[in-house]
Design a protein around this ligand. Sequence first.
Ligand SMILES: C[C@H](O)[C@H](O)[C@@H](O)C(=O)CO
Ligand SMILES: [Mn+2]
Length: 417
Amino acid sequence: MSVKANFEAAKADYEKWGIDVEKALETLKKVPISIHCWQGDDVTGFEVNQRELSGGIDVTGNYPGKATTPEQLRMDLDKALSLIPGKHRINLHAIYAETDGVEVERDELKPEHFANWVKWAKENGLGLDFNPTLFSHEKAADGLTLAHPDEEIRKFWVDHCKVSRKIGEYFGKELGTPSLTNVWIPDGYKDIPSDRLTPRKRLKDALDEIFAEEIDEKYNLDAVESKVFGIGSESYVVGSHEFYLSYALQNNKLCLLDTGHYHPTETVSNKISSMLLFSEKLALHVSRPVRWDSDHVVILDDELKEIALEIVRNDALDRVIIGLDFFDASINRVAAWTIGTRNMIKSLLYALLIPNDKLKQLQDEGNFTERLALLEEFKTYPFGAIWDYYCEQMGVPVKETWLEEVKSYEQEVLLKR
Ligand SMILES: C[C@H](O)[C@H](O)[C@@H](O)C(=O)CO
Ligand SMILES: [Mn+2]
């Protein structure tokens, strides 16, 4: 049977439950995923003075063909984007600045250092998001940045975050879609601290300084990202979930939840509804922690589906900004982007094809038998046939045929680097 014939049969199955499949596909088309550029070069960046990756995060693997220039990284992104249905966004870090071989310190970065990214984004109809980079730098060598006891170091990082917001504003103005500028810092201690409060007080003051300048939300949205621990900050992280949740609420900022930044049995899916009751918007870094914040490529697992369900069933597709955050150097990097992003989109489609109103009603009626039965049966509804049709309609490879394109690209481009 053709993709279309399979689709028609599957559509009929869903329609029995009152699900408007065409409408679901129209909705899906409009959801942008913010794809992180750093999967393509193992979080290296293009600074003239390149430093080792630090900040308690790690990339393992030595798969050949990693991008080592901005042109290569954009070319690899182009390839991945050609295999992913929909129009999306690209998420940059400050270390991806292009400074023409001139060493520019991070507190001196300017919008012009990202002009090539903006040009490319315009050509491809992409939005851009941004992150100041508060790691892989000698001023972060002891694992402290915005919470550093040394005022000079703190000021350096405050200034870096200030210029980063201006870069976000520039993206928003140029591209006509607000940039999400997300602050994540590695600050913490390996061993039990003797004072938990003072570093948090310093971080709070630093954030107040960073956000003192009003920037129109038409152009830039600010987010703050928490973490439970990192390598070298096992006992204490200054920017904990409670810290940033409170800060974001009090200061009208977006709280960003990275799915790898919580205790192993704590799920982000269970936090979304609570936060939606108190914040207009929140942001995600969808990742896959395997035993720790290992940033494995996102797969279509139960938690991913549950996250998508929480966004869809709470009508929050325009309130939850979905970004990805994984980096695996042990596999083809273009494939990593393609697998992870296609899975994120697949999970949203899965959620859009669930009879969510009926299931809510069953819960209110106390009919937990039928609730469980339907949730389980829908797991094997012919969702794949709808997904294949969506890919075909969007002009990207159906099923695993995209892999052939990645293999050719590897032979023709990546292995020649
Ligand atoms: C590159 C990092 O993953 C990113 O900046 C941050 O979002 C993070 O998740 C650190 O663990
Ligand atoms: Mn993250």
